[in-house]
Design a binder for this molecule. Structure first.
Ligand code: FDP
Length: 349
């Protein structure tokens, strides 16, 4: 058999090497690459992301079999601190994040939508200098219909010793986040994260049980055609938001997408551009979304990708939380589309 010319052989080898290298770019390795360091802090961040990835895998596994197992779907019959009916998957996913951080020596406190107060893991507290804020299941209403769901996470360094267990240091702006991201449970499971050095996505390869690098340094388009908002709330919005939506309706080039899971909608916008809105309403001016474990982590991701996130009056990442479960209006996405909504809020057009 004739041999391929040497240069062609070299190219084939290079391609194979690149493919192998990509297959080996797991999340924990990527974090170390990003930080270009093996310092204790770099190792911590890498280990933190690894445990979050494990939580994602456990939740994805349960979701993929939910329809085949007893007692996975449906409500527990309880109501959480937000006054919302709790689903069995919410409880499971909340416990998963706690469980993966036990004996980690990393995370002393976890705070989530499902728990009124932060959860302390006492054995980690003497050395665990990090706090995890998270929404275990975002888009809960999609759970029982086999539609996309998400988990949102944010990591902060613990400030002070928190001896009184009040976690007062968490009442700070989103600029204090050292890492944030989300896991999207869709046709495939994806993990998107930032540690303040761009935004990177990973896809779970079920045959390996690993998240493998999909795309590095994702940039959100300046503008996109998608507007994503629950228009069923039109009747209770302030006039500027109604005016913006009327503008979209009479302007060529817009298309509506709203899945019921913000992580899915924002992931689409991250890749294709556009704007997601969950504004305040007349009875609830702060809207629905929680600042510390929903809006701020997503704002960190979108800003790192070149987008913007605002309440309509100030950048989400500048808002200093007054309480753990604080809500905030959210307008997030491509810079030009966010600016358009802002202009309606601030100038009426
Ligand atoms: P959910 O409460 O179902 O978990 O987290 C808030 C959120 O979902 C978002 O994911 C979603 O976009 C929104 O609320 C849906 O709320 P509405 O039904 O009010 O539109």
């Amino acid at each position: 058999m004739a041999r391929a010319p040497e240069s062609l052989e070299l190219n084939t080898n290079e391609v194979a090497d690149k493919a192998l290298d990509r297959d080996c770019t797991t999340l924990s390795r990527h974090v170390l690459q990003q930080l270009q360091s093996f310092s204790p802090q770099a190792q911590d961040l890498s280990a933190l992301m690894n445990r979050i990835a494990l939580a994602g895998k456990l939740i994805a596994r349960r979701l993929s079999r939910a329809g085949l197992m007893e007692g996975v779907l449906g409500f527990t019959g309880e109501v959480n601190v937000q006054g919302e009916s709790v689903k069995k998957m919410d409880v499971y996913a909340n416990d998963v994040f706690i469980s993966v951080f036990k004996q980690s020596g990393l995370v002393c406190r976890l705070a989530s939508e499902e728990m009124e107060k932060p959860y302390y893991i006492p054995e980690n507290c003497p050395i665990g200098r990090y706090t995890l804020l998270y929404d275990p299941i975002d888009g809960s209403s999609n759970t029982d219909t086999n539609l996309s769901l998400g988990s949102i996470f944010s990591i902060r360094q613990q400030e002070g010793s928190d001896l009184n267990g009040e976690a007062a240091d968490l009442l700070a702006s989103g600029r204090q986040q050292i890492a944030a991201g989300y896991i999207l449970y869709g046709p495939s499971t994806m993990l998107v994260y930032t540690i303040g050095r761009g935004v990177h996505s990973f896809t779970l390869d079920p045959s390996l049980g690993e998240f493998i690098l999909t795309e590095e340094n994702i940039r959100i388009p300046d503008h996109g055609s998608v507007y994503s908002v629950n228009e069923g709330n039109f009747w209770q919005w302030d006039e500027p938001i109604r005016e913006y939506v009327r503008y979209v309706h009479r302007t060529e080039g817009y298309t509506a997408r709203y899945s019921g899971a913000m992580v899915s909608d924002i992931h689409r916008i991250l890749l294709q551009g556009g704007v997601f809105l969950y504004p305040g309403t007349l009875p609830k001016p702060e809207g629905k979304l929680r600042l510390l474990y929903e809006s701020a982590p997503l704002a960190f991701v979108i800003e790192q990708a070149g987008g913007r996130a605002t309440t309509g009056h100030m950048d989400i990442l500048e808002v200093v939380a007054k309480k753990l479960h604080q809500r905030t209006p959210l307008i997030i996405g491509s810079p030009k589309d966010v600016a358009k909504v802002e202009s309606f809020i601030q100038n009426g057009h």
